[in-house]
Design a protein around this ligand. Structure first.
Ligand code: ZN
Length: 166
């Protein structure tokens, strides 16, 4: 997985870091952990990316965005979708988790806690604004299928919770 500028050509890293998931504009595709491999030969780039959620329509637009952006910088580009390893929310970097929170989205909890929250209604999701876990689920689906809508009962703010995905 490509994580830091040391993993690939520095210029390519800077360009790729500017590309974000259309559903989570605050997170670059690097933070999201979907860029698995980048090969550069002359001006031709080959990139392996992992789809996030099966059927998430975001992937086509991410592939197009990568090709389009790299072409603007004078590269030709081939984007491959790689299904193995399958993406999980564990692929999101620590920087990415913090950015989600800053963006007002509660980052995914562990698989076990996630189940307790979504199926047993336990109050475990910290509000991204005031950190209170006195939050309740309003709807299984938030602004996108990857998220659930919550409301904090302390500061009363509604927020999205990024569901755990394995
Ligand atoms: Zn709150």
């Amino acid at each position: 997985m490509v994580r830091t500028a040391k993993d690939i050509d520095a210029r390519l890293y800077t360009i790729l870091y500017k590309i974000s998931d259309p559903e989570i504009p605050a997170l670059s595709i690097i933070d999201l952990g979907i860029v698995q491999k980048v090969t550069l030969e002359g001006k031709h780039v080959e990139i392996d990316i992992t789809p996030t959620y099966t059927g998430c329509p975001a992937m086509d637009s991410i592939s197009m965005e990568i090709r389009y952006t790299l072409e603007q910088y004078g590269y030709s580009c081939l984007v491959n979708l790689v299904l193995d390893p399958a993406w999980t929310t564990d692929f999101i970097s620590d920087v990415g988790l913090q950015k989600l929170k800053d963006y007002g989205v509660a980052p995914p909890l562990s698989t076990e806690k996630d189940k307790r929250v979504l199926y047993d209604g336990e109050r475990l999701v910290p509000c991204p604004r005031c950190n209170s876990t006195n939050s309740k689920m309003i709807s299984q689906f938030g602004s996108t299928a990857c998220k659930s809508l919550f409301q904090c009962e302390d500061c009363m703010e509604p927020f999205d919770y990024f569901k755990c995905h394995k």
